[in-house]
Design a protein around this ligand. Sequence first.
Ligand SMILES: Cc1ncc(C[n+]2csc(CCOP(=O)(O)OP(=O)(O)O)c2C)c(N)n1
Length: 323
Amino acid sequence: MNPNVQEILQMYRTMTMIRQSCERVRSMVLSGEAMLLVHMPWGEEAISAGISAHLRSADTTITTYRGMGDELAKGVPLKALWSEYLGKATGPCKGKGGPMHITYPEAGLMVTTGIVGSGIPIANGFAIASQLRGDDLVTVVNFGDGATNIGAFHEALNMAQLWKLPVIFLCHNNLWGEHTAIHEHQENEHVADRAAAYGMEGITVDGTDPIAVWEASKTAIERARAGKGPTLIEAVAPRLAGHYVGDAMKYQPEGWLEKALETDPVVTFRARILQEGHATEEALSAIESEIRAELDEAVEFAKNSPDPDVSEIEIDIYSEVAA
Ligand SMILES: Cc1ncc(C[n+]2csc(CCOP(=O)(O)OP(=O)(O)O)c2C)c(N)n1
């Protein structure tokens, strides 16, 4: 089964929004207009767009410091996201979370974490809650290839399979863990092969192709909603920029990035939409302009928003302890 035209264009819209936001963050950081340590999902846009097509607002998403795409695709509004990125009081975490700690329960975005692998067992917790409530909600946890070497990944997969938890373990395999290439940190040919150790379904897909991600996640989400347990999806999508904005990538072999750019998901999906006749050049340009205008408005809103007041500094940070 394939996505219909409306779904295809929605995925293109989401991917464009993520890419334009990546470009804007980079230009603001490199020009000195914003001071942030940020990790962009450059190249991973199709993964977030493909899976989110099957998610409801009430489903849970957990992501990482490279989570801007997952956050936008799940429905975090641009204004909210940008306000938090710029540390403003209008952000969903009142500017105290920043890019690495965005939470937006209204859209089911429950955790963004900077601790590699830490979101994976937390996903099991949300999934157990669904099981106890007896609903058919799913939890999607996003993480990188490097995170699959963390002990918590293995413990969480074992338990999720044993208890048939409604979780999708979505590995964004961008072929790098910080400055280390994947073949220098694990010997498995595919990250998805690791699922077999726990009796779990594991699948490797082309993470630069939103339709491939759409198909794989449709099957996995339907299985999870039906109580048939978790799936490990490995979506392979080369990282098209540095580990963080400002990383000069001196550790990459010569020509690596140039080759990876040949499968730039936003560029190739655009060309495919045109070639398969799903939309005209004018229609795609209109989507791009519309998003640029929304982004301009969101960035202006965030820039003009107040900083958090100093009196806020301990609020929402420590819990009240009864004497
Ligand atoms: C527990 C822990 N160990 C180390 C780090 C430092 N660190 C930050 S990002 C990163 C690389 C993680 O690679 P991967 O999981 O592939 O995710 P990617 O950055 O490629 O999205 C490391 C080691 C950390 N944040 N947390």
